[in-house]
Design a protein around this ligand. Structure first.
Ligand code: GDP
Length: 315
């Protein structure tokens, strides 16, 4: 039986990954920050270990004692906005902790136990890219503390690979679902639009409506991670749909899905939601993941929006 260690199981991707691995018959262990309760959507089959991924010593002991066959590092401060408030914390959790985890896996391997590591990286490592779409060879030039920390971890995966570790870094573009927290623009939009449709809110206030993102369906991105762990050769992959839309497009699609007409006067912009530095367009080229992992996104933009709106209308 395959044994996996997942960090960040409390997040959107962690929950989908745990469900997926349990369904595959994998013995799943997860590192969680607090012992108080099971994270949302965490299957009962998952064994929880309390600890902080940034606590290098404790995490190393866990990796060496547990001897997992697969390690998925999803633990991260996931908000670009928060990285401007707490850059030091973000650099520890998103940068140094993955580097320590890679080293723990390498030591496990040195003891004769084969292990495969998958790092959840981010399109934010490209910052304001000089080519569209971006691929695995696009220059790494982050624009914010979040992207800088993710870039450090991403490069460290390559370094570990050169030292013989089966480690892959997944350059994930925005991926959404009803489990996306409301600090992300997509869920902010769908939850507010649902509230407007129910007569419980009368305005949607956003920042830059012209920012373009490549929005996919989160469970598809988790599937790419599993495929990378199981592939013969480790490497870095861009995981994206290849299609970009503006925040404004997302707003229009959400109101359409909720059946709200005449919504334009309800949408306002506030400079408070505009970021100090923000990529205006991020869109990925997933050709390599398609060719080498047989991976393709299964849910398109309009359907992602419709599923999120439907879930928020039901809530
Ligand atoms: P990110 O791409 O990982 O930072 O994901 P977000 O969902 O937080 O932001 C996506 C894009 O939406 C960025 O370009 C934001 O600047 C833009 N955006 C516009 N208005 C808002 C808003 O009110 N909240 C958030 N979170 N983002 C916004």
């Amino acid at each position: 039986m395959t044994r996996a260690l997942v960090t960040g199981i409390g997040g959107q991707d962690g929950s989908y990954l745990a469900e997926r691995l349990v369904a595959d018959g994998v013995e799943v262990h997860a590192l969680v920050l607090g012992a108080d309760s099971r994270p949302a959507h965490c299957p009962d089959e998952v064994t929880l270990h309390v600890g902080d991924v940034a606590d290098v010593g404790a995490t190393r002991r866990l990796v060496l004692d547990l001897a997992p066959d697969e390690v998925y590092n999803l633990a991260a401060i996931s908000s670009v906005a928060q990285s401007w408030q707490e850059p030091d914390l973000v650099s520890r959790v998103n940068g140094s902790a993955p580097v320590a985890l890679l080293e723990s896996a390498r030591r496990l391997q040195e003891r004769g136990h084969d292990v495969r590591v998958v790092q959840a990286s981010s399109a934010e490592i490209f910052g304001e890219p000089d080519r569209t779409p971006q691929d695995e060879d696009t220059r790494i030039r982050p624009l914010n503390p979040y992207g800088a920390a993710k870039a450090y971890a991403h490069l460290a995966v390559g370094v570990s690979r050169q030292r013989g570790l089966h480690a892959s870094s997944m350059v994930l573009y925005n991926h959404e679902s009803p489990r996306r927290p409301a600090q992300f623009v997509t869920r902010k939009i769908t939850s507010t639009v649902a509230a407007i449709a129910r007569g419980e809110a009368d305005r949607l206030v956003l920042g830059n409506l012209d920012a373009r993102r490549d929005w996919g369906w989160a469970p598809d991105y988790v599937d790419a991670m599993v495929r990378a762990a199981r592939a013969d050769t480790p490497r870095d992959y861009v995981v994206a749909t290849g299609e970009s839309h503006t925040v404004g497009d997302f707003v229009a699609a959400a109101f359409a899905a909720a059946g709200v007409a005449d919504w334009r006067p309800l949408v306002h912009t506030d400079p408070a939601f505009v970021r100090p530095a923000d990529a205006t367009e991020l869109v990925g080229d997933p050709s390599l993941a398609h060719a080498l992992l047989g991976w393709r996104p299964s849910v398109g933009f309009t359907e992602v929006v419709a599923r999120m709106v439907a879930a928020d209308l039901d809530a």
